[in-house]
Design a binder for this molecule. Structure first.
Ligand code: AMP
Length: 147
């Protein structure tokens, strides 16, 4: 049986734990793969959200998606980078969270995702929730209940 304290943690809204959109590196629909490669390399993030001008979420983009698109039979075709758009190579239809979702839902999803994009009720991107933040909260909770 789930204790009162654990239930409270699981029911906590994720809004408390979100990295806000202004701190999240992203690329925009229509950006070139060359620009995206620069963003991904400079920030060091394994993947970043793809947003439109209205901050709606379109997908996720990683370096692997870009390199796969320029991989020729014998060489990497770097000259293709400026012609490819991020929307041609991104992963679309990605799993996301609403900012009203609970810690429990996030906990289930971060098993398979290093981070999840978070949108509001209008579908506007508000930030991300990372596995690291969820694990930190879980660790804090475990040490608290064991005191
Ligand atoms: P971390 O938990 O900091 O290791 O982040 C895990 C993954 O979440 C990173 O590799 C990125 O793909 C993504 N991420 C974390 N923080 C940011 C950020 N500020 N901007 C963009 N993506 C991020």
């Amino acid at each position: 049986m789930i204790s009162f304290n654990t239930r409270a943690l699981l029911d906590t809204p994720i809004s408390d734990f979100i990295i806000p959109s202004e701190k999240v590196a992203h690329v925009q629909v229509g950006n070139s793969a060359e620009h995206a490669l620069l963003v991904l390399t400079k920030t060091g993030y394994s993947s970043v959200p793809v947003l439109d001008v209205k901050y709606r979420l379109h997908g996720l983009l990683s370096i692997k998606m870009i390199t796969e698109a320029i991989l020729g039979l014998e060489r990497i075709e770097y000259d293709k980078l400026s012609d490819i758009k991020v929307d041609d190579v991104m992963e679309s239809g990605v799993t996301y969270l609403y900012n009203t979702d609970t810690f429990q839902k996030a906990l289930d999803l971060v098993i398979n995702h290093a981070f999840l994009c978070v949108v509001d009720e209008e579908g506007t991107f508000v930030g991300i929730l990372t596995r690291r933040v969820i694990l930190k909260q879980l660790k804090k909770y475990i040490y608290q209940v064991e005191q």
